[in-house]
Ligand binder design. Structure first.
Ligand SMILES: [Mn+2]
Length: 466
C-alpha cells in the first residue's frame, strides 16, 4: 500500500472530474472454486485498489462528490470468521490507512444510496464483471440485476481511465519489480527446458517463481509447443528437439502490479533454418515497433508498422507477395498475425479491460475497428508519457485458417498458398516486452533478457549465463 496521501490525491481528482452525484467502487469478495469455502486466491478489484489501497475482501467505497463525504463500507469479522481466518484490522483502521474518514456497516449502505437515488442524484458505478457485485449493487439500489447496466457511468469510467492510464513514479517502481520477476520466469524456462520433458515440467517451475517471491501470476501461464494457439493453457505435451516452446507469462507483485512477457525458443540447442527465418522476422518487427514508440504516435500506426515489417520478411522468404503496404491495408497479414500488437499494463495485465477496451485504448472520435485482426487491437490511441504497454508481435500458422481462406481464395494475390501448405505444422512465434512511454521515446521495463536468435541459442546451449 502506498501512503495515504497518494490515495487522498487520487480520490480528490476523481471527485473533481466526476463532479456530481455519488460514486460507488466495489471491492471484490472471496470467490469459490468447487464448494463455498474452497476459495480461489483472492484478487482485489483494481480500481478499488487504486483509489483505496486496501487488499482485503468484502469492502466497498462510497464518495459523495458534492459534500465530499467518503465511506469505507464493510463489517467487522465475527468470532466464527476469526476462528478460521484470524483477526483483521478494524474497518476504521483500514479506512484510516487509506485516508478515508468515515466507515459504514454493509447493512447501512442501502439507505445511504437509496436516499441519494430517491432525491434524483446520480449514482455512478463501474461495469461490474463479477456476478456477486452485480447482485450486491442490485440489492443496495433496490433494482433488478439486469437493470444494473443502466447505472454504469461513462463519466466515472472516463475519469478512472484518465487517471490510471498515466503511471506515476511510485507505480513504475512496482511495475519494474513485477517485470524483473517476470524476467526471471522467462530465463528459468529458457534455461531448464530439455527434450523429453512435459510442458507442465517447465510451466510448474515458472509458476513457482512469483509465488515464492510473495507474489502471484498476473494471468495463467501459457507454455506450449503449439504457439499458434494464441491463449493455449494446455501443458500435457512431451517436447522434442525440433519443437519450439512459446512461453507467455507474467508475475504480479504484492501491490497488485503486473508484468507480461513472451519468449519463444527451440527445444534443441538451436532453431531450425525455417524457425530461425520466421523468428528473425518477428524480432525485426518487434525492434521496428519499439523504435517507433513515443508520445503523440498512434499505437494503431505502430501496429500497422509491425504488420508491414512482418509482411516484408514473409515476402522475402516467399510466403507472401506483392506490395507490403497494400497487403497490410487489405488485411492479408492477418493470415499470420491475427491479433493486436499490445495492450496497456498496470494493476491489470490488460489494464482496465473491465472498463471497456473502447475507453482504455481508443477515444470518442477514434473508434475501435471491427475487422478481423484490428478488432483484437486493444490499444490504438495516441501514446502519452506515462503509459505502460506491451509490444508483442508474432507469426502464427493456423492450419484451420489456411484451409478456410484457401478454399475462399481469400487474399490470393498476397498469399502463397502452395508454400503455406508446407508450413502447416510450423506452430507459432511471439516475443513480448513491457515499456513505459517517456518524454521522447520509450524505456524497456525490467532487464533486457536474450531476444535475438543468436542470444537465445546461446542460452539454450548453456553458453550465455544470466
Ligand atoms: Mn500481453
Amino acid at each position: 500500500m502506498f501512503s495515504k496521501e497518494t490515495y487522498i490525491a487520487r480520490r480528490d481528482r476523481l471527485k473533481k472530474q466526476v463532479g456530481n452525484g455519488i460514486i460507488v467502487l466495489m471491492g471484490n469478495e472471496e470467490s469459490s472454486m468447487n464448494f463455498k469455502d474452497n476459495w480461489y486466491h483472492f484478487r482485489q478489484d483494481s480500481s478499488f485498489l487504486y483509489f483505496c489501497g486496501i487488499n482485503l475482501p468484502d469492502l466497498a467505497f462510497v464518495l459523495d462528490t458534492e459534500s465530499g463525504e467518503e465511506y469505507i463500507i464493510g463489517d467487522e469479522l465475527t468470532m466464527d470468521a476469526i476462528v478460521w481466518t484470524g483477526p483483521q484490522p478494524s474497518i476504521a483502521s483500514l479506512a484510516e490507512k487509506a485516508g478515508v474518514k468515515n466507515t459504514k456497516a454493509t447493512s447501512a449502505v442501502s439507505e445511504l444510496l437509496l436516499q441519494a437515488k430517491n432525491s434524483g442524484r446520480a449514482i455512478h458505478i463501474l461495469p461490474p464483471y463479477r456476478p456477486e457485485n452485480k447482485l450486491k449493487l442490485a440489492e443496495w439500489l433496490a433494482i433488478r440485476p439486469n437493470e444494473i447496466n443502466s447505472l454504469v457511468s461513462e463519466k466515472l469510467i472516463k475519469s478512472v481511465v484518465a487517471q490510471r492510464s498515466i503511471k506515476t513514479a511510485e507505480e513504475i517502481t512496482e511495475i519494474e519489480k513485477a517485470v524483473l520477476l517476470t524476467n526471471k520466469m522467462h530465463l528459468t524456462a529458457m534455461k531448464m527446458t530439455r527434450e523429453g520433458m512435459k510442458e507442465s515440467d517447465i510451466a510448474g517451475a515458472v509458476n513457482e517463481i512469483p509465488l515464492s517471491a510473495g507474489g502471484q501470476l498476473s494471468f495463467p501461464v501459457i507454455l506450449t509447443k503449439n504457439g499458434q494457439i494464441l491463449h493455449n493453457h494446455y501443458h500435457g505435451n512431451t517436447i522434442q528437439v525440433g519443437d519450439m516452446i512459446l512461453c507467455d507469462c507474467g508475475a504480479e507483485v504484492a501491490s497488485g502490479y503486473a508484468g507480461d512477457m513472451t519468449r519463444t525458443f527451440p527445444v534443441g540447442g538451436e532453431f531450425t533454418q525455417r524457425q530461425k527465418e520466421l523468428y528473425d522476422i518477428v524480432v525485426q518487427s518487434h525492434r521496428a515497433s519499439v523504435e517507433a514508440l513515443k508520445p503523440g504516435v498512434r499505437f494503431k500506426d505502430v501496429h500497422l508498422l509491425a504488420s508491414k515489417t512482418l509482411v516484408e520478411g514473409l515476402t522475402d522468404i516467399g510466403l507472401m507477395r506483392g506490395n507490403a503496404e497494400e497487403a497490410v491495408a487489405a488485411g492479408a497479414h492477418t493470415m499470420f498475425f491475427q491479433c493486436g500488437l499490445g495492450h496497456m499494463m498496470g494493476l491489470d495485465v490488460h489494464d482496465m479491460e473491465d472498463l471497456g477496451e473502447q475507453y482504455v485504448g481508443y477515444t470518442d472520435s477514434f473508434k475501435k475497428s471491427t475487422e478481423f485482426g484490428l478488432k483484437s487491437l486493444r490499444l490504438g490511441r495516441e501514446l502519452e508519457q506515462g503509459f505502460v504497454l506491451t509490444v508483442e508481435p508474432g507469426i502464427y500458422i493456423i492450419p484451420e485458417l489456411i484451409d478456410m481462406w484457401k478454399s475462399e481464395g481469400k487474399y490470393a494475390e498476397f498469399l502463397n498458398y502452395d508454400l503455406l501448405e508446407k508450413y502447416k505444422d510450423f506452430g507459432g512465434i511471439r516475443v513480448e516486452e513491457d515499456f513505459v512511454i517517456t518524454k521522447s521515446g520509450a524505456d524497456l521495463l525490467g532487464e533486457a533478457i536474450p531476444l535475438d536468435s543468436a542470444d537465445v541459442e546461446n542460452v539454450r546451449r548453456g553458453e550465455l549465463v544470466m
